[in-house]
Write a protein that binds this ligand. Sequence first.
Ligand SMILES: NC(=O)c1ccc[n+]([C@@H]2O[C@H](COP(=O)([O-])OP(=O)(O)OC[C@H]3O[C@@H](n4cnc5c(N)ncnc54)[C@H](OP(=O)(O)O)[C@@H]3O)[C@@H](O)[C@H]2O)c1
Length: 268
Amino acid sequence: MKVLVIGAGNMGLTYSEGMSQSPLLGKHNLKIYDTDPNKISTLRENPNFDVYESLEDCLPKADIVFIAVKPYHSESLFEDMKPMINQQQIFVSLMAGVTIDTIQDQLGAKKVIRTMPNLPAKVGKGVTSYTESEAVSRVELLMARNLLDTTGTSIHVDTEKYIDASTGISGSGPAYVFYFMQSMLEAAQKMGFSDYDSKVLVSNTFEGAIELFNQSNISPESWINRVASKGGTTQAAIDSMEDNNVKQLIQEAAYAAFDRAVELGNDK
Ligand SMILES: NC(=O)c1ccc[n+]([C@@H]2O[C@H](COP(=O)([O-])OP(=O)(O)OC[C@H]3O[C@@H](n4cnc5c(N)ncnc54)[C@H](OP(=O)(O)O)[C@@H]3O)[C@@H](O)[C@H]2O)c1
């Protein structure tokens, strides 16, 4: 199986690095293509994949093609690709808000898998949701899943609505967590902690809480109840958040990202 990744940016490189460790792909079976000459010369120093600066040289030979350019570059890219593709190839899009219909129309391809990746894929802790067009077989889907899983884990969803919805949860989600971290860092600094100590306090608190959550079947709400005693310090913080509707505001933020993903898809 030969895999081509188009776009060697954040996501394209992350998935390339992940897939290069996969036993499914032998040497020289992972190709990467980008239009930026600086990126190409840096990439050539990486022995894990073959680097191309011309689509003609790599696209026709690929079985699975990952598309990792920004959504606004997709239309002209598809125009260039269209004369070179064949109907057996599987196209896996990492692009936010570009629908399967749009990809099929503009590229002239039948087998399309649309995904929503997230940034922790960079450290092998990503979660990718994915769904497919009718023409993709079970075996092909499994193959694609194995490749996606090289960057963490993945969930299959039945419709594209859930790809847009997962944009609001996992796709944009790391930024919500960073927002929360930044708020706590600033609170720690205001309380007089050094930058270093603030970072240690905040990052270990997040890491510890996630570990507790992952190692149990206990819901976050139950963990809150375990930490917070009536009239205590934690309860004072939780009451303050509840009084300020923080939970509702976070949910509204997730829906804002979901709605924007749908809107971007409709713009295409
Ligand atoms: N970053 C995230 O956290 C995240 C999360 C979820 C989904 N995504 C999706 O992932 C996709 C990629 O995002 P990214 O952050 O990795 O973008 P990026 O860092 O800008 O990478 C895209 C790369 O593709 C290159 N490129 C542009 N047009 C091309 C073409 N016609 N042929 C080949 N290469 C081309 C770009 O070169 P230039 O720099 O020269 O334009 C750049 O190197 C986006 O569609 C985004 O919606 C990203």
